[in-house]
Design a protein around this ligand. Structure first.
Ligand code: C2E
Ligand code: C2E
Ligand code: C2E
Length: 88
């Protein structure tokens, strides 16, 4: 069936994020834990987050939202395509 592009959806790899959380991404990790708690979404390997929340997090890091996406990409904690992620 017809499906909207998922490419601009922000999906975090939680295992990688929580492993990397010692350093630069500690606030992202803490935020992700809070979102998991609010949703009751505890068993996921990935977490889709709101664009609004990414914007708020970017303010914490004093960079642009696209700058934060770049940083997350470099740290390898973003999932480009969650379906491909589970197929692999
Ligand atoms: P809420 O914002 O009033 O949303 C109520 C319910 O609407 C959510 O229950 C979810 O089932 C649905 N919902 C709202 N926005 C979206 C969306 O963009 N996509 C999808 N798929 N569903 C949406 P849920 O998930 O149990 O969350 C309960 C409450 O926890 C939310 O109430 C909100 O206050 C908070 N919350 C959950 N996830 C987030 C998040 O990623 N960011 C923020 N800022 N708050 C969140
Ligand atoms: P998708 O968004 O491409 O997500 C693919 C799979 O990644 C999901 O399979 C799920 O296993 C995982 N995933 C993505 N985001 C999260 C997350 O925030 N928490 C957790 N625990 N897992 C996540 P799933 O659940 O079988 O969903 C298949 C497709 O169904 C999704 O593809 C999406 O297109 C749609 N879908 C599922 N739940 C929702 C929803 O609450 N809102 C909307 N709009 N679509 C949904
Ligand atoms: P999604 O569920 O595929 O939703 C895509 C976009 O549709 C959201 O982007 C938001 O702009 C809009 N949307 C969907 N449901 C609602 C709703 O109930 N209320 C409002 N005001 N807008 C809605 P956004 O916010 O960037 O979120 C991206 C993804 O993060 C969502 O994709 C969903 O997978 C996840 N997400 C966001 N908020 C929640 C939430 O409260 N609960 C859960 N379970 N997932 C959420």
């Amino acid at each position: 069936g017809v499906r909207l592009e998922a490419t601009n959806k922000i999906v975090l790899d939680l295992e990688k994020l929580y492993d990397a959380a010692g350093e630069d991404l500690a606030y992202v990790a803490r935020y992700a834990r809070a979102i998991q708690q609010q949703r009751g979404d505890y068993n996921g390997r990935v977490l889709s987050i709101r664009a609004d929340d990414l914007r708020a997090l970017a303010i914490v890091y004093d960079i642009s939202p696209s700058g934060l996406i770049e940083r997350l990409t470099e740290a390898g904690v973003l999932v480009a395509d969650p379906r491909a992620f589970f197929a692999s």
